[in-house]
Structures are given as structure tokens and as C-alpha cells.
Design a binder for this molecule. Sequence first.
Ligand code: SF4
Ligand code: SF4
Length: 296
Amino acid sequence: MTGCIFDIKRFAVHDGPGIRTTVFLKGCPLNCVWCQNPEGIGFGRDLWVKQEKCIGCGACAAACPQGALSPEAGRISLNRDLCRFCNACVNSCPARAVQRIDRELSPEALMEELALDKLFFDISGGGVTLSGGEPLAQPDFVLALLERLKAENIHTCMETSLFAPEAVIRRLPGTLDYLICDIKLMDREEHLRYTGRPNDMILENFRYLADSLKKILVRVPLVPGITAVEKNLKAIGSFVRSCNPGIPIELLNYNWFSGSKYVLLDKPHFNDEARAFSKEEISRFYAWTGGVPLQA
Ligand code: SF4
Ligand code: SF4
């Protein structure tokens, strides 16, 4: 069995308690228009050209047997339809500007890498966080990894949209110590419009886990004009309290830097004008959710 990841971030301090190593699983069944990690949405193989690193030598285009790369208007353009993922460009680029985004590996191989950080976990009360993409879109791989982490006495956390079948969700208690659940939009039609999927399954799964897991944090990404509106934030606050009034809600400010990733992926960005909110605005948003500010 193998899984596909697109990044491992060490010494993370915002992805659960203590110092954590966060693994980003590749592929997500949702397609949120504001996604901060658009390189993690697609399943399977992909690459990108980091234009700011490129020195314009043309070695990648010369090496490509498919003619998928070409210099265009001062940048290297990639035709993903032609690419066969032979890595000739990656290996020939002297600036390491051409990079594979995907990495396929077994739970055992990943576990070996993660175990290297155990000392930091033990000292800080940290552990491993699985994020994405959507970790639960690779359930067998992720559950096998969680079991191995628990066998090594490593604290486990998962950041997920909970868009997964009930049978997968019911396997989480026992191996998952801490759940960070993104709740984005309460209105079913708006959820469908902005993420590509309805939210019924997400809310149903949340209700179940709110009863079954001891440690849950709800995270709401603040997206101007979409999630960060009074009606939505009030509805999320009411919903979470109705499931379990002890579950805290954290609001995540909009990260407008992620727009540059869309350029690398040749994808349109939903709103280049969107900017982060001020502290005052975030305090008002917290008041709407009925929660206590965890982040300003
Ligand atoms: S991975 Fe191979 S086929 Fe794809 S762009 Fe690079 S050289 Fe061309
Ligand atoms: S090989 Fe690397 S540095 Fe040279 S043109 Fe291609 S991306 Fe740029």
C-alpha cells in the first residue's frame, strides 16, 4: 500500500499542541475556490516551475522529450497535458526551479521519517498532524499511518474537512487524539457553489465525532465575502454549540499570499483583490460565532 503526499513541514506550531511535523496528503474531493494549498487538490502526479528561482538557461525545455516546456514571455511555460512525468526537466534544472509536487511512499517509509522527530514531540508535547489536501481521501494509507504512530506512542492530529464516508469516520476514534475540523459554510447551496460539494455528510460526521472524540477544534477559514459574513459565522457558532458547547472555534485570517501558487499551477484565482482582515474585524467575527478569540 502506498499514499501520495505533497509536503512535510517540520517544527509546525499552529497545527495542534506542541511542536509538530505536518504531513500534507495530496488530493481533495472538495475544490474550494479560496484553497490555500491548490497544489494539494489534484490527486496523483504533478509538477510546477518556481519562476522566481528560474535563471532562464533553457535546460529544462531542451531535456523534455515531450516538448511540454517552453520559454514564453520571460517565463517557462508547462503544458501539463503533454507531460509524462519522466523527471528529465527536474534532474536537468540547475536552479531546482522545476519541482515534482507529488511523492508516493508506504506508511512504513513515512513512519521512518516521522519517527526521527520523536525527541521534539516528547519534549514539547507535540506529535504528527495529517493535513492536505484531504487526508481522509486516502483512508487506508492514513489509518495505517495513524495505527503506526499510536504504536510508537506519538500524538496524532488530523486537519480535515470531514468530507468522507461514515465507514471511514467511524474508524478514527482510537487512533486520532486531536481533530481539527474545517467548517466553511453552513448554507448547503453556498457550500456546493464554493467548494463543489454539499455539506450534509460533513455536518453529519461532525455530529458523530463531537460525541466520540475528546479533543476537537473547529477552524473557519475567513474568506472575504464568502465565509466571513455575519449570517454564516453565526450559523457555524450555533451549529457547533448544538453539537457540543465545549468545542472551541478558531478563525483563520485570509492568507492572500496563496494567490501566487495559482500562477505556478496555471489556475485562475477567485479574487486577486482579497486581503487579510484587521484585528478589529476579526474580533467582530469572533463575536458573531459566540466564541473566544484564539487568534488575532
Ligand atoms: S517531467 Fe518529463 S515530460 Fe514532464 S515536463 Fe519534465 S521532462 Fe517533460
Ligand atoms: S532549467 Fe530551471 S533554471 Fe533553466 S530555464 Fe528551466 S526552470 Fe529555469
